[in-house]
Structures are given as C-alpha cells and as structure tokens.
Design a protein around this ligand. Structure first.
Ligand code: SF4
Length: 472
C-alpha cells in the first residue's frame, strides 16, 4: 500500500487509519511529484487524463475506448490528454491530435477500408479533432494524389543525394556539407556513389523506374564536369524514367552551362528555391544569394528550355510578416512557376537556428496562420492546387508543408514518397531506402550512413546492406 503526505508529517496517524481498512500490508510513503504533472491512465474501457499543479488537480478528462483495438486505445489516450490540457492551456491546434507526418494517408487508409468521403471527414473531425479547413486540405491532397499513386503501382522511385551546399542555411538540418571545406571530396563521393549505383544496376534493370529525384544538399553546387558525370551515371545505371528531378535549390549555384547540361540529360523538372523574396531575410538566414540572383536563375532556366520549375518558399522565417509573404507571392506570380512548395518553418534540433533561437523575432501562431491563408489564396489565384503535403516535428504552430502545382504538373516522386505505396531506392550519404510489400502492408528500410567521410570509406558496407534488395 502506497500513501502520500502533503504539507505534514503525521505518518502514524495516517498509517494506523489506513490499517483499519487494509491490515497486514506493507505501507510505503511515496512522494507526489512537485510542479506540473500529467497523469494518463487506461481503466477498463476508459482512457483518463488528469493534470496537477503540485497535488491540486486542475483538470481531468475521460472517454470511452475499445481495449481490444490498440489504435483506438492510443488515440483515446491522446485525446484524453489533449482535452484535459485544453482546459488549462487552450491552444489552437488545426490538426487536433494528429501528429503524424502524412495526414492524407489517413484518408487513403479509410478509402482502402471502403469508407466514403463524408465518413472520413466525420472521423477526422470527431476522433482526431481536425478543423474543417484542414479536413478539406487533406481530402483535396488525397484526391489529387490518387491518379498518380494508382499509376505508380508496381513501379519504383530512386533518390540520389548530393550533400553539398555553398553555405549552411540557418534552419538546415539536412545532410549538407559546405563546399568550401569539402570541394576536394566531391570526386571521391561520386566514385562511391557510382559504385553503389553500379552494384544495384542489374536489380534496377528488372524494374520499371517511374521517377528519379536528385536532391541534397544542392546537386547543382558541384561543378559542370561533376554534374555531367552524375547525370551520365543516371543514364548508365538507371536508364530512362517518367520524371527526372534535379534540385537546383540555391540560385547562386545555377549557371547557363549547368542548365544546358540538365536539359541535355533529359531532366524534366528542376527546383530553384528563393525561400523568400526579401533580401534582408536572405542575409539573415545565411543563403548568400540575392533576390535578383534568384530572378536571374529562373529566367536563365526558362531561356534554356526548362518548362517545369518548382520554387520552394518558407513561411515564418525570422523577422518576416504577412507583408513579406505578400511580396514573395507577388514575385512568384510574375514568374508563374509550375509548382510552389510552401513550407512552414520547423526549428530542428540539428540547426543553427535552434542554438540561437532567442536572437530572432519568431512568428507566432496567428501570424503563421495568416501567412498560410495568403499562400493558399494566392496559389489558387495562380491556378495551382494542393497536390502533396507533409508535416514535421517542431513546426511553428504545428501546421504543414504543402506542394501546390498547375494541372498535370505534380511531382510524381513527392507524391510517392509521401503515400508510401511504392519502393524507393536511395543512393548516397544519408540515403534511406524504403521497400513496400506488394500488398502495401509492410515497409522496410535500409539506411546509408549520413556522413560524407563515412559514406566514402564504408561504401562496401553500404553495398552489403543493399544485398538483400538483389533478390526482390
Ligand atoms: S540549401 Fe537546403 S540542404 Fe543546403 S544548407 Fe540550405 S537548407 Fe540545407
């Protein structure tokens, strides 16, 4: 028998009284935790949560659940805590208790179970506490994805990572190495990459490769000769595919020669990313390029024949307001890119931003919500629709990242990686290969090491890890 005393020491009085009811027990004095405490409990068919300040119960919530159904139990426990804490600290949470990376996947899973749209919307509203606005977004994205996902059944995707960038952005948490320090390693990195691709080539030859995505890092930060070699490797070891994307993310890495090379090697989609069209913010986030350089890079891309250009932007960059976002959207509207990916800033653990956060004027929930509405309205006015979406941990306001595109301009790779119905083979440092079983039920992953140095020196081990794929 445990007992707790608070603000007194009258042990005997309490223990002797307890003994009247529970004789011959062992009685343990335990401490009630100091400060704020959340209690989460599962009692028979009830999920229960309570919130204490010291010993004082400030709020509690209980709801029914089905103990036979693990998913139902998990969500009931989560909802109980959410409802309980809402009483003491009301927050806006557009996605309710949904914390997963892929909100549209729930729609897909319910479609698979034969549910109708109305029933899906009701479940999202009632069980997951998602707002109507986000339900509409999740449904719109899932519907836009449908044709692409179905068309990709039985095919595979490829990811190739080039983890070098001109500088490291303030918010970056990717595998990315500043070229100034790593320039001498690029050729060795390509040697290792070629070894990995050559190793997998016989397996890839038996598959239908739907999309190839060369990301990073910034693939266009390597020099023309190296970029040409990389694209030749794609042709030699992977062959043709329906969509070949190259991230040309940093405008300061884009040259006419590189853009021509991309065209010559049948790159069908490139991404040139301003993140913002405000020079003072670009300086603040350490991008080392200007708004004008972005415009120049975009213009050059058009002149060299690139007819599918994506632009990434980030909402909630330090110091930015709704006016900054309007200015960014004004600029993009004039360029009319085929797609715009709108990210909301996430403060990642491995970023410089996280370490220096207190130095910056960060966006609050309401401002972020306004910015999201601006981009949703402006992209719609430009004839773009939401076609893929994902969420990350530590996003300001717990919102989402949304890819908007013109009709028939969705990035196949982005959709397939989000919906996880297709295997993706990844090459390069930090690559994460994902194999999906034919029934879509089982997903297995094979990871490459993240560090460039380790990837180069341990390339044979990366091949061993991929050995298992040769039988598939
Ligand atoms: S361009 Fe992308 S990968 Fe490179 S440092 Fe910036 S955020 Fe990181």
């Amino acid at each position: 028998m445990n007992y707790i005393l608070h603000n007194h020491n009258h042990v005997d009085d309490i223990v002797t009284t307890i003994m009247m009811f529970y004789p011959n027990e062992k009685y343990n004095l335990i401490n009630f935790p100091e400060g704020l405490t959340v209690l989460s409990a599962l009692n028979d068919r009830k999920a229960f949560a309570a919130f204490y300040d010291g010993v004082e119960e400030k709020a509690s919530f209980e709801l029914d659940t089905d103990p036979e159904n693990e998913k139902s139990v998990r969500y009931a426990l989560r909802v109980a805590v959410y409802r309980c804490l809402m009483q003491v600290r009301p927050i806006k949470a557009p996605w309710g208790v949904l914390t997963g990376v892929r909100p549209a996947k729930i729609v897909w899973n319910m479609w698979d179970m034969g549910c109708k749209d109305k029933e899906i919307a009701e479940t999202l509203r009632r069980d997951y506490l998602v707002t109507d606005e986000k339900i509409r977004l999740a449904m719109a994205v899932a519907k836009s994805e449908r044709g692409i996902v179905e068309n990709g059944i039985g095919k595979i995707g490829i990811y190739i990572g080039i983890p070098f960038c001109p500088t490291r952005c303030l918010y970056c948490s990717f595998t990315s190495y500043p070229l100034d320090k790593y320039r001498d390693k690029v050729d060795m990195y390509l040697d290792a990459l070629e070894k990995e691709m050559r190793f997998m080539a016989p397996t890839l030859a038996k598959k239908t490769v739907e999309s190839v995505y060369i990301g990073g890092g910034t693939p266009t930060s390597i020099n023309e000769k190296q970029l040409d070699r990389l694209l030749c490797m794609v042709e030699k070891y992977i062959g043709s595919c329906e969509e070949l994307t190259v991230e040309a993310g940093r405008p300061d890495t884009v040259t006419v020669e590189k853009l021509r090379l991309l065209k010559q090697h049948n790159v069908s989609r490139i991404s040139i990313n301003p993140q913002t069209l405000n020079d003072e913010t670009l300086v603040l986030i350490g991008r080392r390029h200007t708004v004008d350089e972005f415009y120049r890079a975009f213009e050059l891309a058009r002149q060299t024949g690139h007819d599918h250009i994506n632009t990434d932007i980030i909402l909630g960059l330090p110091g930015e307001t709704e006016e900054h976002v309007m200015r960014t959207m004004d600029g993009l509207e004039k360029l009319s890119p085929e797609s715009i990916t709108v990210h909301t800033l996430a403060v990642k653990r491995a970023s410089r931003l996280k370490e220096t956060l207190e130095q910056y004027d960060m966006t609050d929930f309401d401002r972020m919500e306004n910015m999201i509405h601006i981009t949703a309205e402006r992209t719609a006015a430009m004839g773009l629709h939401p076609y893929y979406m994902y969420r990350q941990k530590n996003m300001i306001g717990n919102f989402e990242n949304v890819g908007y595109c013109k009709p028939d301009c969705a990035c196949i790779y982005n959709v397939q990686i989000m919906e996880e119905r297709q295997s993706i083979i990844a090459f390069g440092a930090g690559g994460s290969t994902k194999t999906v079983s034919p029934d879509g039920e089982r997903i297995e992953r094979i990871f490459n090491v993240k560090s460039v140095d380790d990837y180069i020196s341990r390339i044979d081990e990366m091949l061993e890890r991929k050995e298992i794929l040769k039988d598939e």
